[in-house]
Design a protein around this ligand. Structure first.
Ligand code: FES
Ligand code: FES
Length: 175
């Protein structure tokens, strides 16, 4: 049996037709709604590459049933930057500090750092390590990620100029 429901994603209503109720939010975002920023790594809550915000809380979208998110505000990495593909302060910092290598983990890390800086604009390195502890990166060794967070904080964090719209995206790769 298939269902129809509406998901509120990045400030817009999206109709989902012909869906199976067991589909994950990650699957629906990527394959039904055409939002490929959230990455599919492990699909079992281990890597954090699929991280999104649901009603302001950071979740692994691979572990959330899309139909259970009806009526909630979903924010993906596609929404973090400004108009005309402008990057957020956090995204800019990942690029400038070498926090992006293969880029597969980047959207999830950016979402986790964004979430952290909303809650704690001046985190210690320990705060940052804790906040990104659910995000696996096999390339950077995390040193450049920590540097990126420090740079983002120095540039104003989520309240910085490029990130003004981004209080809500380096989205990393789009495939
Ligand atoms: S794909 Fe969701 S945590 Fe890895
Ligand atoms: S940059 Fe390659 S997995 Fe993190």
């Amino acid at each position: 049996m298939t269902e129809h429901y509406t998901l509120r994603v990045n400030g817009r209503d999206h109709e989902v037709d012909g869906a199976w109720l067991g589909e994950s939010l990650l699957y629906v975002l990527r394959d039904r709604l055409g939002l490929p920023g959230s990455k599919s790594g492990c699909e079992q809550g281990e890597c954090g590459s699929c991280s999104v915000l649901v009603d302001g809380g950071l979740v692994c979208s691979c572990l959330v049933l899309a139909a259970s998110a009806v009526g909630q505000e979903i924010t993906t990495v596609e929404a973090l930057g400004g108009p005309h593909d402008a990057m957020s302060v956090v995204q800019e910092a990942f690029v400038s500090e070498g926090g992006v290598q293969c880029g597969f983990c980047t959207p999830g890390l950016v979402m986790a750092v964004h979430d952290l800086l909303v809650r704690n604009p001046e985190p210690t390195d320990l705060d940052v390590r804790e906040a990104i502890s659910g995000n696996l990166c096999r390339c950077t060794g995390y040193g450049r990620v920590l540097a990126a967070v420090r740079a983002a904080v120095g540039a104003g964090g989520v309240a910085g100029a490029a990130g003004a719209a981004g209080a809500a995206g380096a989205g990393g790769r789009s495939e």
